[in-house]
Design a binder for this molecule. Sequence first.
Ligand SMILES: [Zn+2]
Length: 210
Amino acid sequence: MEEIRICPEHGYYRGEECKCGFRGSVILEKERVERLGRFISGLLRHFPDRFKLEMDKNGWVEFDKLVKVVKRRYKWANQWLIKAVIYSDEKGRYELKDGKIRARYGHSVDVELSDYPEAKEEVLYYGTSEEEAIRLLEIGIKPVNQRYVHLSTTLEKGEEIARLRTDDPIILKVDVKMAKKYGVKFLKVNKDIVLAEEIPPECIIDVIKK
Ligand SMILES: [Zn+2]
């Protein structure tokens, strides 16, 4: 996790230099970025109830209410620092709209994200380990402790995810068109990630070893 700085032209960014080369001053140091980020994503993905944060069926909560919960835990926090974390997030984890906020992916709570657009990709990728791949080829890809299966839009992103868990990544290639015939819906939540409820084993059409 990197500290957050601000560029007069491009707004909040992470790291030392903005993409334009500008070196802004630090507005939130690393450790606080990490703490805030972990708490916000936890609230929006896993434990809104624990903090009495009301979430609708599509995963939205009132931004003001989230700010209140965060401030109760971290006295130094405020809505601007929370927005800094959200807007500088390079993985596109959050969506902030009309005074409401939600996580785009990563939920373990039961949410319905079917309002996201249908993915147009013809193939998608799922990064995993070798042992896991053998099992998935048999039973298909199902969410484990998560509401949805998370697929990657590119081979590279699939490999990146697999490398978080193993040094010998396996990337499964999914035939989207075929899966749609099985009734699978593909929700495109950001440029890198597509969610689905389940991928039947027949729709895994290639196993790529990296
Ligand atoms: Zn800039």
